[in-house]
Design a protein around this ligand. Structure first.
Ligand code: FPP
Length: 238
């Protein structure tokens, strides 16, 4: 008898299609990002009812710096505004917020706001929201390897103890279980450097809807479909 899933504990989302959503309306790309940010609230709020404990969203990749200066600056402003406007509501809803990605290239004022939000919500446990900013899977693995190498060089880690489990502890996501389900909106079927290590056994859903149109109702449908899938993790179920 095939083993069926219940709700996924950890859902990761590649929020794609903001630019096309705006272009379809004859608006600048940033208009789409603003609409996308509003959708984030709806999806986060739906998590407790849908049984999702961990939600990880891809807000800005290590490759996104290649966009125009106007778009990059607009996105950075949007992240600051999002934190400013949403901090209280997130705190009161019991959401614990954490950020992954390399903070070195981010403006100090944004990093300070990210640190403050992490601190403010550190005692929460209803939903664990992880926001990936200046995040790339390969970059994360490289930074984790660098930290691990320092520990080996400093005598804190025996090279014979380096394995899957110890390596995982050096990743930005060391506090997270692996994602059960990765959703990408906008019809593109790529993972674009998102959670490369962590998604080794994740299920994928590529949804044609553009991110600003992705509602909580559609989210619920995607999760129900996940419940019907059989996961084997490389084994044969009897
Ligand atoms: C991809 O769509 C989306 C992004 C690079 C930015 C994601 C940001 C948000 C959803 C809003 C802000 C998020 C938070 C957490 C406040 P795209 O621009 O590549 O779309 P396209 O493929 O249609 O051009």
């Amino acid at each position: 008898m095939a083993k069926k899933n219940t709700s996924p504990d950890h859902v990761a989302i590649i929020m794609d299609g903001n630019g096309r959503w705006a272009q379809k309306r004859g608006k600048p790309r940033l208009f789409g990002h603003h609409a996308g940010a509003k959708r984030v609230r709806e999806i986060v709020e739906a998590c407790p009812t849908l049984g999702v404990k961990y939600l990880t969203i891809f807000a800005f990749s290590t490759e996104n710096w290649k966009r125009t200066q106007t778009e990059v600056a607009g996105l950075m402003r949007l992240f600051r505004r999002y934190i400013q406007r949403e901090a209280r509501a997130l705190f009161e809803a019991g959401v614990r917020v954490r950020f992954i990605g390399d903070r070195v290239r981010l403006e100090d004022s944004l990093v300070k706001m990210m640190d403050d939000l992490e601190l403010l919500t550190a005692g929460n446990d209803a939903v664990h929201l992880t926001i990936a900013i200046n995040y790339g899977g390969r970059d994360e693995v490289a930074r984790a390897t660098r930290r691990l190498a320092y520990d080996v060089a400093g005598g804190k880690l025996d090279p014979r103890d380096v394995n899957d489990e110890t390596f995982t502890r050096y990743l930005d996501t060391c506090y997270l279980p692996d994602p059960d389900l990765v959703i990408r909106t906008s019809g593109e079927a790529r993972i674009s450097n998102f959670l490369l290590w962590q998604s080794a056994y994740s299920e994928y859903e590529f949804i044609p809807t553009l991110w600003p149109d992705f509602t909580a109702a559609e989210f619920e449908k995607v999760l129900a479909k996940f419940g019907d899938r059989e996961r084997r993790f490389g084994a044969v179920l009897t």
